[in-house]
Design a protein around this ligand. Structure first.
Ligand SMILES: Nc1ncnc2c1ncn2[C@@H]1O[C@H](COP(=O)(O)OP(=O)(O)OP(=O)(O)O)[C@@H](O)[C@H]1O
Ligand SMILES: [Mg+2]
Length: 301
């Protein structure tokens, strides 16, 4: 990837040889975490970036969005990664139909992880440990970026994602309660930082499913932008993902919208998001680490 900031040389602060590990997180369901994870992955892969997606949600929506079936997932899935101490990351990876893009699939079995890991020491850092091992090994072919799709809760799976990740993207919809979970998320990140040395940073807040023809969406968007800038800083992505039926049609067809309908506005928007993500990581790599807060304004209500 040359001088692309997702490559190892540019992001030296990452514990994975410089690779950015980005988790999509929001306790609220249905805000396009999975859709954004899948389509950002596709957009980065199209820029010749080698991408690994890890589906950490028992709903396995990212897995099906890439057209991977439950049969293909058996014995090669995130469940094995989290519950079996000696199961290496490389054994859980399956290729997708998209060049440069591989997946660690999920299945309904992921819902057992909480119970299986309840008495295990270091359960919050299981994924982080597997990723570190993978990046330390000289035998594995490395990815330039790893994207994690987490479930709509702050459970052990999301805790594993936040502990493993170097960055997080928080998708929100233009609703009055859009930022309701941010303070709780900030508190969780602060606790993980103190107790187990998690270093995840906010990469950006992404507005999704926006309808510009709806006056209420436009008003809430403006209020949301003001609130985020006031309480968190310059964290709102300028890319806005509009509501469009092609996005859900693509998902149902087992392909990201970038492949299924590359000329659509939605595909263009996710390519724009990829540009911004690359730009933000590049800017961060140029700043001293101490000026990048874990979650700016985390205590803001
Ligand atoms: N831009 C969009 N336009 C129209 N529909 C969308 C758009 N983005 C996502 N959707 C649809 O909205 C629904 C929720 O999206 P998605 O599954 O990505 O949300 P999520 O936050 O991952 O949900 P969960 O919290 O359940 O994991 C899906 O049916 C998806 O196809
Ligand atoms: Mg999801």
């Amino acid at each position: 990837m040359g001088t692309d900031p997702l490559s190892s040389s540019a992001n030296g602060a990452s514990p994975y040889g410089g690779t950015a590990v980005i988790t999509f997180v929001n306790e609220k369901g249905g805000v396009a975490k999975t859709t954004s994870c899948v389509n950002l992955a596709a957009a980065l892969a199209q820029r010749d970036c080698r991408v690994l997606c890890i589906d950490l949600d028992p709903q396995a929506n990212a897995t099906t969005a890439f057209g991977i079936s439950a049969d293909q997932a058996i014995q090669r899935e995130a469940h094995c990664l989290l519950t079996m101490p000696r199961f290496p990351l490389e054994r859980a990876i399956v290729p997708t139909k998209i060049e440069n893009l591989d997946l660690v699939p999920s299945s309904a079995r992921m819902a057992d992880c909480d119970k299986t890991l309840v008495l295990e020491v270091g359960r919050e850092g299981r994924l982080r440990g597997k990723l570190r091992e993978f990046y330390r090994s000289v035998l594995t072919d490395k990815y330039d970026v790893v994207l994690l799709d987490s479930p709509p809760s702050l459970d052990l799976l999301t805790v594993n994602a936040l502990t493993a990740a170097t960055h997080m993207i928080v998708p929100v919809t233009t609703k009055f309660y859009a930022l309701k979970g941010m303070a709780l998320l900030g508190d969780l990140v602060a606790t993980l930082h103190e107790q187990i040395g998690a270093t995840v940073k906010l990469l950006g807040i992404l507005v999704t499913m926006f309808d510009k023809k709806t006056a209420l969406d436009t008003t809430i968007y403006r209020l949301l932008k003001e609130k985020i800038e006031r309480e968190y800083g310059n964290y709102m992505f300028s890319t806005i993902i509009s509501r469009s039926v092609v996005v859900s049609e693509a998902e149902a067809g087992g392909l990201p919208v970038l492949m299924r309908d590359p000329d659509s506005a939605a595909a263009g928007a996710y390519r724009g998001l990829a540009d911004e993500v690359v730009g933000r990581l590049a800017a961060e790599a140029r700043r001293p680490a101490s000026t990048v807060p874990a979650l700016a304004g985390a205590s803001a209500k």
